[in-house]
Design a protein around this ligand. Structure first.
Ligand SMILES: Nc1ncnc2c1ncn2[C@@H]1O[C@H](COP(=O)(O)OP(=O)(O)OP(=O)(O)O)[C@@H](O)[C@H]1O
Length: 262
């Protein structure tokens, strides 16, 4: 059964069609990348998948075969790490508390409200989540003092605390320097390789960020799906030209990644 299934989803806003009959299934054990130029409809698609928007021009979204009705339950089952999220986390909160707060789907942890026994268990779990991203050394550091790459790791660990079915990573490498980007991508690759109970969906503008574990890619243009399938077959010069309206790049393929040279 699909973790998430969008069938003929259409969405209209501002007098025009933003999503046009989108079909997409995320199966257990899959990790996806989503590509598309600015304005292609990626964020709108994710908002619909999370239940923040409803397909107002037709179509259906199901999660584990069920229609999305209980919004609280739904939002716990789909984590979303966005670039504007760091601004919402209290700057003086220790990173470990930020991770624990993910279990309650709230921003800012109220430690006093936790029972001792639950407290110990959750904090142990949060340490494990940080360690899975190679970020355990950050546990005691105030969130506001972390670098951008470190914040992304903490927020991904936080999203995993809710034990979601899917985590959407919306341009997690945005604003990172090349070294920080490679560290984050390596951590994501390791996580994706070891995790098949939580699907990861990476939205990116840069094909070289599609690590080998992101075996499937969805490509969008003008609100419609123009290609979807195995990343290794789908990433072609013709698709890049179609998506970004630039002349065909040459490809450098290395370690399961594809680097376009325009
Ligand atoms: N509420 C709205 N009213 C009018 N237009 C909207 C609305 N929401 C989205 N749009 C338009 O829909 C299009 C798709 O927007 P969306 O944010 O989904 O694109 P995107 O692929 O995520 O882009 P980016 O890569 O720049 O983040 C854009 O042209 C945007 O202006």
């Amino acid at each position: 059964m699909s973790i998430l299934e969008l069938t003929n989803v259409s969405y209209r806003a501002g007098g025009r069609l933003i999503l046009d009959r989108v079909n997409w299934q995320v199966e257990p054990g899959q990790h996806w990348a989503i590509l598309g130029a600015n304005g292609a409809g990626k964020t709108t698609l994710l908002k619909i998948a999370c239940g923040y928007l409803w397909p107002n021009s037709g179509g259906e979204v199901t999660r584990l075969g069920q229609r999305l009705l209980d919004l609280r339950e739904l939002r716990k089952s789909i984590g979303w790490v966005t670039l504007d999220m760091p601004g919402k986390v209290p700057a003086d909160e220790p990173a470990l508390d930020t991770v624990v707060s993910g279990r309650f789907a709230q921003v800012g942890l109220r430690r006093k409200l936790l029972r001792d026994e639950l407290h110990a268990r959750l904090f142990d779990e949060a340490r494990e989540q940080l360690a899975a991203l190679g970020a355990d050394s950050l546990a005691a550091q105030a969130f506001g003092t972390l670098s951008q790459g470190e914040r992304q790791k903490v927020l991904i660990a936080r999203a995993r605390m809710a034990k979601p079915l899917v985590i959407f990573l919306d341009e997690p490498c945005g604003g990172l320097d090349p070294g920080a980007r490679e560290h984050l991508l390596a951590a994501l690759e390791q996580l994706a390789q070891r995790t098949d109970d939580i699907a990861l969906v990476l939205v990116t503008h840069h094909v070289e960020e599609i690590m080998p574990a992101f075996t499937n890619t969805l490509a969008m243009a003008n609100g419609a799906v123009v290609a979807k399938g195995e990343s290794s077959e789908l990433l072609t010069t013709a698709l890049m030209t179609q998506l970004y309206d630039v002349s065909s790049p040459q490809w450098i393929r290395s370690n399961g990644r594809v680097w376009p040279v325009w």
